[in-house]
Design a protein around this ligand. Structure first.
Ligand SMILES: Cc1cc2nc3c(=O)[nH]c(=O)nc-3n(C[C@H](O)[C@H](O)[C@H](O)COP(=O)(O)OP(=O)(O)OC[C@H]3O[C@@H](n4cnc5c(N)ncnc54)[C@H](O)[C@@H]3O)c2cc1C
Ligand code: SF4
Ligand code: SF4
Ligand code: SF4
Length: 399
C-alpha cells in the first residue's frame, strides 16, 4: 500500500485514490493545504494496485520527437478570454463536435479549483483560462474510464503530472482519449488560495462573483488578476502588483513535488502541450500583437491529426523546439525552492495575507526593482554613449 515518506514524491495526482478497490484511500490536506493519500489500514487488502499506478513510483519513459509551433486562434474574442493563444478552446470544440466530453480545471461555488467535465460549447467557458492553484482531480479518472468504455471521445486536460496519473490509472491506451497538458511552472497551495480569496472579500466587504487570472486589458505580457464582486466592485492588478501572483512567482507556496518535478521534459505522454509563447517577439515578431500567442508541442500522431483538424481556425508556424524552450524553461526545469518557504507556511495561520506576502516576498521585490532600475540606467547610458566612461570611473573608484 502507498505510504508517503517524502512529500516531494507525491504530486497529489489521485491515481491511487481512484484505483483502490476497497475505497480505503482518502486524499487529506496537510498543514500546508496540499492533498496526500491516507490509507485506512483496517480496510486495505494489500492488493498493491495503488503502488502499481503511482506515476512517481513507476515512471515510463516516452520515445517521441515532438514538434513545436507558434499558434493563435483566429477568433480574437476567444483569444482575449484565454490565457495564451486560445488553442485549448479549439481542441475542446472539436471534441464536443464529435459528441465527446471535455475534462479540465474549473472553479466550484467557493472558488476552489476542481477538475470536472462539460459536453457543450457554452459550458466550455468554465474550463477556459489558467487557474494558478492546484486543481482537485477527485474521482474524474474513474469518470473518464466510464466514458471511454461507452465509446465516447474524451479530452482530458491538466498538468503533466495529472496526465501521467490518468494514463497510469487507465493502464492501457484508448484510441478515443485525447490528452492535453501544459508547460507547468508549479501549483500553489489551495489553502493559500483560500486565504487570499477571504482577504479580498474582507477588503471589499462583498463576496466574489467571478475571478480571472489572466485579464489582458494591459496586454498579454502584462496580464492582470481580476475579481468581480457581487456588489459590482472590481479589483484588478497586473501580476507584478498582485499579492497572490507575487507569492506564486516567487516560488514560496508551491507543492513540494514541483521543486523537483519528474514530468518536466520534452518527451511527454500528452498528445499536445499548451503554453505561452514567451519570447515570440524575438522568434516571430509578426505573431506578437500582445493579445496572446501560444507555444504548442505536438507529441504524438493523434496530436498531429488534431492540429490538421483545427488548422483553418488558427495562424500557425513551426519553430525550433529548443529555441522556443530557451524562453520558457519551465518546460524542462523545475523552479528553485524559495529559501523562506518553510517559514512562510509556518506562519500562514498567524498573519493576514498582505502581512505575510510583505514579510516573505518584499525583499526579493526590492531586489527586482533595483535590478530594473539598474537595467534602465544601463540602456540610457549606452544610448547616450557614456556607458564605457561610467564603467571606467566605477572601476577606478573601486581600486
Ligand atoms: C498552474 C499553471 C502553471 C502554468 N505555468 C506555465 C509556464 O510556466 N509557462 C507557460 O508557458 N505556460 C504555463 N501555463 C499554461 C498557460 O498559462 C496556459 O494555460 C496555456 O498556454 C493554455 O492556454 P490557452 O490560451 O490555449 O487556453 P486556456 O483556455 O487559457 O487554458 C485552459 C486550459 O488550462 C487548464 N488549466 C487551467 N488551470 C489549471 C490548473 N490549475 N490545473 C490544471 N490545468 C489547468 C484547463 O484545464 C484547460 O485545459 C500554466 C498554467 C497553469 C494552470
Ligand atoms: S493496497 Fe490495494 S486495498 Fe490497500 S490501499 Fe492500496 S489499492 Fe487499496
Ligand atoms: S498515485 Fe499520485 S497521489 Fe497517489 S501517491 Fe502517487 S503521486 Fe501521490
Ligand atoms: S510542476 Fe510538476 S509536479 Fe508540480 S504540478 Fe506541475 S507537473 Fe505536477
Amino acid at each position: 500500500m502507498i505510504i508517503i515518506t517524502d512529500k516531494k514524491n507525491c504530486t497529489g495526482c489521485h491515481a491511487c485514490f481512484n484505483i483502490c478497490p476497497q475505497h480505503c484511500i482518502t486524499m487529506e490536506s496537510d498543514r500546508e493545504g496540499f492533498w496526500y493519500p491516507v490509507v485506512d489500514e483496517k480496510k486495505c487488502i494489500q492488493c498493491g494496485l495503488c503502488e502499481k499506478v503511482c506515476p512517481v513510483l513507476h515512471k515510463e519513459l516516452v520515445q517521441n520527437e515532438p514538434k513545436a509551433y507558434a499558434c493563435m486562434n483566429k477568433d480574437e474574442i476567444i483569444r482575449l478570454q484565454s490565457s495564451s493563444g486560445g488553442i485549448f478552446t479549439l481542441i475542446a470544440e472539436h471534441i464536443i463536435d464529435k459528441g465527446g466530453v471535455v475534462f479540465g480545471a474549473s472553479f466550484d461555488k467557493n472558488f476552489t479549483v476542481v477538475h470536472h467535465h462539460v459536453d457543450t460549447k457554452e459550458k466550455l467557458s468554465q474550463l477556459r483560462g489558467s487557474k494558478y492553484v492546484q486543481s482537485k482531480i477527485g474521482d474524474t479518472y474513474k469518470q473518464v474510464k466510464d466514458f471511454l468504455i461507452q465509446g465516447r471521445m474524451v479530452l482530458f486536460s491538466g498538468t503533466p503530472c495529472q496526465i501521467e496519473g490518468l494514463k497510469s490509472y487507465l493502464r492501457k491506451p484508448y484510441q478515443n482519449l485525447f490528452c492535453v497538458d501544459i508547460i507547468c511552472h508549479g501549483v500553489p497551495s489551495p489553502k493559500v488560495w483560500q486565504k487570499y480569496i477571504s482577504y479580498r472579500e474582507n477588503d471589499v466587504g462583498s463576496s466574489i462573483g467571478k475571478i480571472f487570472f489572466r485579464r489582458k486589458n494591459e496586454g498579454w505580457k502584462r496580464y492582470s488578476v481580476s475579481f468581480l464582486f457581487k456588489n459590482n466592485k472590481e479589483y484588478i492588478k497586473t501580476f507584478d502588483k498582485d499579492l497572490y501572483m507575487q507569492a506564486f512567482l516567487k516560488n514560496i507556496c508551491l507543492r513540494p513535488s514541483c521543486y523537483d518535478c519528474e514530468f518536466k521534459t520534452l518527451h511527454r505522454k500528452s498528445d499536445i502541450t499548451l503554453a505561452d509563447f514567451w519570447g515570440i517577439q524575438n522568434v516571430f515578431p509578426k505573431m506578437d500583437d500582445d493579445k496572446g500567442t501560444s507555444l504548442i508541442f505536438v507529441n504524438s500522431n493523434k496530436g498531429q491529426i488534431m492540429l490538421e483538424k483545427i488548422k483553418d481556425y488558427i495562424i500557425c508556424n513551426e519553430v525550433d523546439i529548443h529555441k522556443a524552450v530557451s524562453y520558457n524553461s519551465s518546460a524542462i526545469r523545475s523552479v528553485q525552492c524559495n529559501p523562506k518557504r518553510d517559514n512562510f507556511f509556518h506562519e500562514l495561520d498567524s498573519y493576514s495575507f498582505d502581512q505575510l506576502v510583505k514579510k516573505y516576498c518584499s525583499d526579493s521585490l526590492m531586489l527586482n526593482i533595483k535590478k530594473k532600475v539598474k537595467s534602465i540606467i544601463y540602456v540610457v547610458l549606452k544610448k547616450i554613449g557614456l556607458l564605457e566612461v561610467v564603467k571606467r570611473i566605477l572601476r577606478k573608484t573601486r581600486i
